[in-house]
Design a protein around this ligand. Structure first.
Ligand SMILES: C[S@@+](CC[C@H](N)C(=O)[O-])C[C@H]1O[C@@H](n2cnc3c(N)ncnc32)[C@H](O)[C@@H]1O
Ligand code: SF4
Length: 376
């Protein structure tokens, strides 16, 4: 409650883009009222649901994706951005698939930036182009890896090439040095799994040494108990799942949301073909509320299908299939700023701190350790 109030006060004081809608829609979420709502301040847009890497948990990677594969149409995207430009504060330019496989990604990000949106994206790094990223003016890009050696990286990022990912990252750091006025924040992420958990200290040292802005240590998601046995780290501080339930053969997050979700009152996800789904927990497109390339999003956002879904969340969330494995993380804060110095962040439900290597003493002026409320 105290944290909630302090977030409200900060919003009212700083008034970042979207602050009124965030306050209003969150109050409606807390009251369980499905609408009408103000336009969402957070949007996810999927550039493509295709990918090269074949990660075994990801529906794109393991080939279980039930939606057709394809690429976002740039003309329709621009029309949508024109519609939502005045109200969207944060655009997550990735969902299922690898954003930089889309040749127009850089131009599309730049277009959203020209409408004063804060844009962030995540990449496996294989096809990330340094010049394109700096040109795009993206606020945050995160290169996410599966290990510190070619062998460990490929256990999860099966068809990715760590040398190529590193080269693309180093090129990006060089390119940014050549453009000192560039605002691009460069992050690296490490998905902690059983095969690589011993490499977390090496990862943190490497991240600091190469000069990225932030290192994220990410608790892994799995979809089944058997994937859990295979992939979850032996060190349970990296577990996002309830240990006791897991022993009984049930996969359930440590914190299960109970008739509460700030996401679908503040945000929605638009697939490459324009279909609108609740959030990142619907990779197959099971709950489609409409098509934002066929109708204005402002109509879909307050129409009956999405309101019906919000009502189900507010009254019987335990019966909503896609909420079963939801982390229940809240929406990320508005008005984010680039870290002043190297920053280490945990994407986790666990409150224990990381074991930071001695030589990266977190009390050192150059290092801040924070925990995050964004979703994995
Ligand atoms: C579906 S991916 C799409 C973006 C990009 N292709 C990538 O992998 O970075 C979305 C996010 O999920 C993360 N991710 C993939 N598999 C994961 C897992 N098993 N556990 C936690 N995060 C995972 C990715 O690193 C990325 O941040
Ligand atoms: S790199 Fe990203 S999109 Fe591609 S298979 Fe892996 S998690 Fe899925």
């Amino acid at each position: 409650m105290k944290q909630y109030l302090s977030r409200i006060l900060t919003l009212v004081k700083r008034k970042p883009k979207g602050w009124k809608a965030l306050l209003y829609n969150t109050a409606m979420a807390k009251a369980g009222v499905a609408g009408p709502l103000m336009m969402p301040v957070h949007l996810t847009i999927e550039p493509t649901n295709l990918c090269n890497a074949r990660c075994p948990v990801c529906e794109t990677g393991n080939g279980s994706m039930e939606r057709a594969g394809g690429m976002l149409d740039e003309r329709l995207y621009r029309r949508l951005i024109d519609e939502v430009g005045p109200t969207t504060a944060i655009l997550m330019f990735y969902f299922m698939g690898e954003p930089f496989l889309h040749r127009q990604s850089y131009d599309m990000i730049r277009y959203a930036r020209s409408k004063d949106m804060y844009v962030e994206t995540c990449t496996n790094g294989d096809y990330a182009d340094a010049k394109g990223i700096v040109y795009s003016d993206v606020n945050e890009v995160s290169f996410q890896i599966g290990g510190m050696t070619a062998e460990t990286h490929r256990v999860y990022r099966v068809r990715s090439d760590l040398d190529r990912v590193r080269k693309n990252l180093y090129d990006l750091l060089d390119e940014r040095r050549k453009h000192p006025d560039s605002n691009v924040q460069i992050n690296v992420g490490f998905i902690v799994m059983r095969h690589n958990e011993h490499q977390v200290p090496d990862f943190l040292r490497w991240a600091k040494e190469i000069g990225v802005d932030r290192a994220n240590v990410i608790d892994p998601c799995v979809r089944t108990v058997s994937q859990g046995h295979e992939m979850l780290p032996t060190d349970r501080k990296y577990w996002f799942y309830d240990e006791e339930a897991f022993e009984r053969g049930v996969l359930r997050p440590k914190v299960v949301p109970s008739n509460e979700c700030t996401w679908i009152w503040n945000s929605t996800t638009i697939n490459w073909d324009g279909t609108v789904v609740p959030c990142c927990r619907d990779p197959h497109g099971k709950h489609v509320f409409g098509n934002a390339f066929e109708r204005p999003l402002r109509q879909i956002w307050n129409d009956e299908p999405i309101k019906r879904f919000r009502r189900r969340i507010a009254s019987a969330q335990n019966q909503v299939d896609i909420c079963e494995l939801c982390s229940g993380y809240g929406v990320p804060p508005l008005g984010r700023e680039k870290p002043m110095s190297f920053d280490i962040q945990r994407l986790s439900l666990d409150h224990h701190s990381l074991d930071i290597p001695e030589d990266l003493n977190p009390r050192h002026d150059l290092i801040q350790v924070t925990s995050s409320s964004s979703k994995p």
